[in-house]
Write a protein that binds this ligand. Structure first.
Ligand SMILES: CC(C)(COP(=O)(O)OP(=O)(O)OC[C@H]1O[C@@H](n2cnc3c(N)ncnc32)[C@H](O)[C@@H]1OP(=O)(O)O)[C@@H](O)C(=O)NCCC(=O)NCCS
Length: 229
């Protein structure tokens, strides 16, 4: 049986799947969110000055990221909130942003948290591409989004405070295109970087013939970690 610390080490190596899903923001989740404080230099991501009602308004595109037992792990946003004043944006991509609960950062959970949000966003909004805007100093976040297939397209200074930001984009592939690519790999009888077969897009995960994602899947008890935090 995999012990908890072992599962955490595996998470760093093979992207272990924790229990995470995206749900609507409730008044309780919104009230919790505005109490979160990130340690410097990440305190610029605090949302403590935001009216909780903002997170509840569907027009603002906020969703809660929760554990299997409905505990709030983080939040995801889709739409204008992910943009930073001064950036060059158009409608060719859907902006997405968010954050993990401060006590859960730095433990290798971010990749799955963002991937879970992207999966939800893909099914809900079917965008041609996702776009993220990340502070240039935030190497931790940049590592995570790059590992998920986002690629830099521009860099700018925010008109608000001059802080530098990077804009990264990840094109999405139509579901039909993905299955064709996987089948092409099956025909060739070998592993293929499935999505790379289509328009040169690579999302970082290799698929096996038959569509099985490579790597180990296990469950991290996020609820247990929340309890320990
Ligand atoms: C951004 C966020 C999703 C990252 O998730 P995380 O679980 O905390 O990140 P991880 O612990 O997996 O670290 C990611 C990588 O950055 C590396 N890293 C951590 N701190 C680092 C630092 N100061 N400098 C460079 N690399 C760093 C880790 O070693 C890891 O590398 P690996 O991919 O080779 O294993 C999460 O920290 C978060 O939500 N923070 C909220 C504030 C924020 O930064 N928001 C930006 C949203 S885009």
């Amino acid at each position: 049986m995999t012990t908890y610390p072992q599962a955490l080490r595996n998470a760093k190596i093979v992207g272990v799947t924790a229990e995470m899903r995206v749900v609507a923001v409730t008044p309780e989740y919104a009230a919790d969110l505005v109490t979160w404080h990130y340690p410097a230099p990440y305190d610029c991501y605090d949302v403590s000055d935001v009216d909780p009602e903002f997170f509840l308004d569907p027009r603002n595109g906020f969703f809660a990221l929760v554990s299997g037992s409905d505990e709030l792990i983080g939040f995801r946003s889709f739409g204008a909130d992910g943009r930073v004043p001064g950036g060059d944006y158009d409608d060719s991509a859907l902006d997405t942003g968010g954050g993990l609960r401060p006590s859960l950062t730095g433990q290798g959970l971010g990749r799955q948290a963002i991937a879970t949000g992207l999966d939800f966003g893909r099914r809900r909004f079917a965008p041609r591409a996702f776009r993220v805007t990340v502070a240039s100093f935030n190497s931790r976040a940049l590592r995570v989004v790059t590992s998920l297939g986002f690629r830099p397209v521009s860099s700018f200074a925010a008109t608000t405070d001059g802080r530098r930001f990077e804009i990264l984009v990840r094109p999405e592939v139509a579901p039909g295109a993905c299955s064709i690519a996987v089948r092409a790999g099956a025909d060739a009888g070998r592993d293929v970087p499935a999505l790379r077969l289509f328009r040169g897009q690579a999302h970082g995960q290799r698929r096996r013939a038959g569509g099985l994602v490579r790597g180990v899947r296990a469950t991290i008890p996020v609820a247990a970690r929340l309890a320990a935090a």
